[in-house]
Design a protein around this ligand. Structure first.
Ligand code: ZN
Length: 260
């Protein structure tokens, strides 16, 4: 079983009756239901409002794939939890960032870039094209599919060049966007997936739910944390394997203020 945790900011669902009407169980609840309907995935939820945002170290230690939906409260996520999540990704936990989580602290920290984009909330049609037909995340999908109402995200998307672009979106207003991007950070697989504006029933769409399931399976790294090979130690190797004459000045020696 792949142990997935769906993290939800859980703000719009509680404060906006339109969103609560579309997602009575919250966006995180809807996404978890989609994953639990698939073979081999066991999904639970965590929210911003829980102690440690529902993500204490003990929980991350038992998480294979973390899915993240945030929008209005990125700044309320504690830096301590952000570092904990980033370290878990380096150790091999999969991470899937959904929609407005392009501005989540965890994503920006892992990307190292502004992650800016253009946007418009006009309820327009989005057409997603599968740009990597052989990719496991696209398994079982048609070559393109549509969402009748979505928020528009447009290029340029200020992220590092991805390993793979699995989807490209076209919007009714004319913009395009790289809407399914894969990365590797340490031993962890990272996937950004664009659709999922909170006022539209996007996460009930069968194609979207298939992507969520496929991406969760793809992001699972069964060897995560099972091997110290994943560790990249920061250590002094003054004692070389081969005979070596030490030459020149030394900046670092024991007792120096800057010694490390
Ligand atoms: Zn949105």
């Amino acid at each position: 079983m792949i142990r997935a945790v769906v993290w939800g900011e859980n703000v719009h669902e509680r404060e906006n009756p339109i969103v609560a009407g579309v997602y009575p169980k919250g966006l995180h609840g809807c996404i978890a239901d989609a994953l639990n309907a698939a073979d081999g995935i066991s999904a639970t939820t965590a929210t911003l409002q829980e102690p440690e945002h529902g993500l204490p170290q003990s929980r991350l230690d038992e998480t294979d794939v973390l899915l993240w939906w945030g929008h209005a409260a990125h700044g309320d996520v504690s830096d301590e939890v952000v570092e904990r999540v980033v370290e878990a990704v380096w150790g091999g936990m999969g991470l899937i960032l959904l929609h407005s989580s392009h501005f989540a602290k965890v994503f920006k920290r892992l990307m190292g870039t502004p992650c800016n984009l253009t946007w418009r909330e006009a309820g327009e049609r989005e057409r997603l094209w599968v740009s990597a037909r052989q990719h496991p995340i696209a398994r079982g999908l048609p070559d393109h599919f549509e969402l009748e109402h979505e928020e528009m995200y447009g290029e340029p998307f200020a992220v590092p060049e991805p390993l793979e672009t699995v989807f490209i979106s076209w919007f009714q207003g004319g913009e395009v966007f790289r809407s399914g991007l894969t990365y590797r950070r340490g031993a962890g697989k990272v996937f950004y997936f664009r659709p999922g504006h909170e006022t539209y029933p996007t996460y009930f769409d069968p194609n979207i739910r298939r992507v969520l399931v496929n991406a969760t399976r793809w992001a699972h790294n069964p060897e995560a944390r099972q091997s110290s090979d994943w560790d990249a130690p920061n250590i002094d190797v003054s004692d070389a394997l081969e005979p070596l004459e030490h030459r020149g000045a030394k900046l670092h020696k024991e007792g120096d203020a800057g010694f490390q």
